[in-house]
Design a protein around this ligand. Sequence first.
Ligand code: HEM
Length: 474
Amino acid sequence: MFAGGTTMPTSDTAPVLPGALGARPILSLRDRLRGKRLGMPWSVPEAMFHEPLVRQKTPIGDIFYIGDPQLARHVLVERAAEYPKAEIELRLFSALFGQGLLGIDGELWKTHRRTMAPAFAPQAVATYAPAMAGSAEAFVGRWSKLADGAVVDASDEMTALTLTIIARTMFSGEGEGLEPLIQEVLRGAPQFSDFNMLDFIPVTRALRMRGREKRMAALFRPLDDAIAGMIAAREAAAVAPNDLLSRLIAARDETTGAGLSAQEVRDEVITIFMAGHETTATAMTWIWFLLAKHPQEAARLRTELDAALAGRTPTQDDLAQLPFTRRLVDEALRLFPPAPGISARVARAEDELAGVRVRKGAFMVIAPWVLQRHRSTWEDPERFDPDRFLPERSEGRPRLANMPFGAGPRVCIGQLMAINEIVFILATLAQHYDLELASDAPVELKHNVTLRPKGGLPMKVRRRSRTAAAVAAE
Ligand code: HEM
């Protein structure tokens, strides 16, 4: 995990590759000990964007930066069992989310994942469509109260929307009271991902971790109590709505028949809340940014939406009729992966990667930010070009060249849900509004688990009139 900030140019043709961002800052040992870090894209060596593998020798051991999709596949898919997630990250997540998927490993993780998988399978995800599209439609109402051209922070607005969506998907109508409690946790949580070298030295690590865990428990307590109350109420209810919470409570491991305990359901609910809304909000924020910078692609999007939907709120069946919208989403997730660096993996045993010896304990950094901009795989990688995801242009591209949701057994469980949600939001809002950047000031990147515009993204909300195609279709 990385944290930090850097500046990105905003002109239409400006490349967004790190190489174009000026000189790489240098951190002194003192800075590092004080917890200051470079963040994406500075935290990765520039060589990574053209080399398959870069090794860095550090006081805590070797760090391998992987840029080649086949090597990433070796670590994340083929030898996944030999490359578990780094313990320090699992501990941090388990302090935050208890025994939710992000904080557990081994047999316990396998059981939870197997038990929960049906709640994220295509058939289940299709049942969440009305909550997603309905929330987006309600959001159109919120913006309709704004004066034309009013300035909003796109980042905050998208967070509010995705929070509503995850609350409705999880708890049907009962989740609204949770939003202020979640906001509180979100405000306090970033400080806990601020690792520094003291976290890698066993004696200081134990002390620092204990203090961190205590503070985290205090931060989460009000939210925990509220969620525990909702789970208890649901378990006692005679008739339960068909939402994600009901599915988690009813879930049974297909091998053993066992379900999740009330505590485990609580942990998974918190995990899904946190993992499932910040990422989609980030994706939507960058989509508005990219559309504002690329009017031609925005026009193509509107034409497709108007022809397929003619002003209607999309349904599950409409998703298949929006191929350009989907390509645009894929391309935005390529250029701005909301989780630009997945959890580090640690070699459990000796291995060899591209002829280089990997010692036991070596750290593996596999970053979507890098793989998805790697010069060996992508032509003109910094250009926004949704059509690169056309089937004919995707032939022969290694699967892990594009991995915004990770890969292998620990791939994002909410991948399908996320894609559908983003398409629902975009297809609903873009039929009614265009967003323009409110300022020419450079956008700075802020990486703290997710990659966001630092200080938010001020944008003007403009009402739009439908195209001739839409009017003709009515
Ligand atoms: C654009 C949106 C999203 C992105 C880019 C994203 C990305 C990721 C990535 C990269 C991982 C793997 C991390 C690793 O290997 O270290 C992951 C894991 C996970 N994601 Fe997502 N995610 C998104 C949306 C969601 C949603 C909507 C949910 C739930 C509703 C969700 C729940 C999870 C969970 C529970 C895990 C842990 C899985 C496990 O370890 O078994 N994510 N996500």
